[in-house]
Design a protein around this ligand. Structure first.
Ligand SMILES: [Zn+2]
Length: 121
């Protein structure tokens, strides 16, 4: 059972990573900026569910609630604090845990939140 859960999660992770890599390469910078929050949220949910399934299949039920909190925090931060440059399309990681990057490290363009999140973050 454990091997089946682990191999299924690995296959789902590989398919998700390959699909998103191919999709992200074809998008324009403005499209990347527009869809990034949705992809980050999708990744957090899928990877989090897989991690919890693996932990549950190993019988580590006591680790599941704190891991769920941790994964929720990581998903929230990756969705709201990572910026996409509208000029060159590069991904700018946050300067600190809660502070998004202000300028693109490759081209120097000022960064802003995705239009999906611009009103709130
Ligand atoms: Zn840039």
């Amino acid at each position: 059972m454990q091997e089946l859960v682990f191999s299924t999660c690995f296959a789902v992770f590989a398919a998700l990573a390959l699909t998103e890599t191919l999709l992200f390469r074809r998008l324009s910078p403005s499209d990347k900026k527009r869809i990034y929050p949705r992809l980050a949220l999708l990744n957090a949910v899928v990877v989090g569910a897989m991690m919890l399934a693996i932990l549950a299949s190993w019988g580590y039920w006591a680790v599941v609630p704190p891991m769920l909190l941790f994964l929720s925090l990581v998903g929230y931060l990756s969705t709201t604090r990572v910026r996409i440059c509208a000029s060159c399309g590069s991904i700018a990681q946050p300067q600190s845990l809660t502070t998004p990057a202000k300028f693109c490290s490759k081209c120097g363009t000022p960064l802003s939140a995705s239009p999906l999140l611009a009103r709130r973050f």
